[in-house]
Design a protein. Structure first.
Length: 367
């Protein structure tokens, strides 16, 4: 095996596939990156048996072959190489030579025969979506994925398509994040649960807003294909929560507010809340229909701040975990939004004033 490439392109490809390299495996080969050189080009692969990433590397393929090299060591060596041009080759003993300028590394490799094969996504439905759109949808929902392993279906995002719209939903038992994107017509009907870890890595890899991505799904796996990078993940099996039943249609109290103004005030309040202890919530109160008072009181001190709003309906006082509001408000790109309350113990919903392309539900803390 032998190929020549640029250090920067190799560094980028290593960084991409490392996101799927196992960090806790008892199998040494899963700590490695598979390098595969054929007459079609050079491909790097990382696979932890749940998520697999393949990256095509722009290089001159001089001699076909394959080998597995320790991921961490490979990445550290390449980043420190002195020259832009890198030559990588192996011999019959699986000794990997990494040559750049006057630097010559010789690293022991592993046989590629023992490297597990990433599943093929066969008989798959597909959707073509712009990378920037999917990246935004992931950013605007991923924070609400549950980490409670006793409820495995909530450890991922529900990804669905009704033929016209693509929708992503995440729920962790305390909050819900929903993002909808109109895509056109004649799309396949599909619904599946993508692990949060895989989506997090997809979001980090996706690039330009104007570049297409193809999403393929089968019964057990999903494939995200950018052309240069392919990300395959197993799907979570099971029935997702019926979230439509927990989204109130109308609120008893309706408030219009700038998300940036509300976010800034809650972030300031959270400065004196050093933990997510239920005894230290952020308090929202409404002295009149034009003012929202955001306050907090802990052993460190207090904060009280007024935010201009427009309120219709019942004026209420209510407590929340500030983190849940901050996570949602940070990803809202709109101007003013609607915030609906349902009494002092009911869920709060943040949504657009007119469209229905997102909704964030947060449960209050009981006093």
């Amino acid at each position: 095996m032998k190929f020549v490439c640029s250090r920067d392109r190799l560094t980028e490809a290593i960084s991409i596939v490392q996101k799927a390299v196992s960090t806790r495996s008892t199998l040494p080969i899963l700590d490695g990156i598979l390098i595969d050189v054929t007459d079609k080009g050079v491909q790097l692969t990382g696979y932890d048996l749940e998520t697999g990433i393949e990256a095509q590397l722009e290089a001159d393929a001089l001699e076909s072959g394959s080998v597995v090299i320790n991921s961490k060591l490979f990445g550290e060596i390449v980043r420190k190489l002195p020259e832009e041009e890198v030559i990588i080759e192996t011999d019959d003993r699986l000794l990997i030579s990494i040559i750049s300028g006057s630097s010559v590394f010789s690293i022991k490799g592993l046989s590629a025969e023992g490297y597990p094969k990433i599943p093929e996504v066969k008989d798959a439905e597909k959707i073509i979506i712009m990378q920037g759109v999917l990246k935004d949808m992931i950013r605007q929902t991923i924070f609400a994925v549950s980490t409670d392993e006793s409820r495995p279906t909530l450890n991922g995002c529900l990804f669905s398509c009704d033929g016209t719209n693509v929708e992503m939903v995440a729920i962790d038992g305390f909050r819900l994040a929903l993002r909808k994107q109109e895509m056109g017509t004649d799309l396949p009907i599909m619904k599946f649960i993508v692990p949060g870890k895989a989506l997090h890595e997809v979001g980090r890899i996706l690039g330009g807003k104007d570049t297409e991505l193809i999403v393929y799904s089968s019964i057990n796996h999903i494939l995200f294909d950018t052309g240069k990078v392919r990300i395959v993940s197993r799907l979570i099996q099971g029935e997702y929560m019926n979230y439509n039943s927990i989204l109130p249609k109308n609120g008893e109290t309706n408030m219009t507010v700038s998300p940036n103004a509300m976010l800034s005030a809650i972030e300031r309040a959270s400065l004196i809340i050093l933990s997510e202890d239920r005894r230290c919530p952020v308090q929202l109160s409404m002295p009149n229909d034009e003012t929202l008072v955001i306050s907090a009181s802990t052993e460190l001190g207090t904060l009280r701040e007024e935010v201009p709003v427009r309120i219709s309906g019942e004026l209420i006082d209510i407590d929340f975990n500030p983190r849940y509001f901050i996570d949602a408000l940070r990803v809202i790109d709109d101007g003013d939004i609607s915030v609906q309350f349902n009494g002092s113990n009911g869920p709060c919903i943040m949504k657009p004033l007119e469209e229905e392309d997102f909704a964030y539900l947060v449960l209050p803390l009981r006093r």
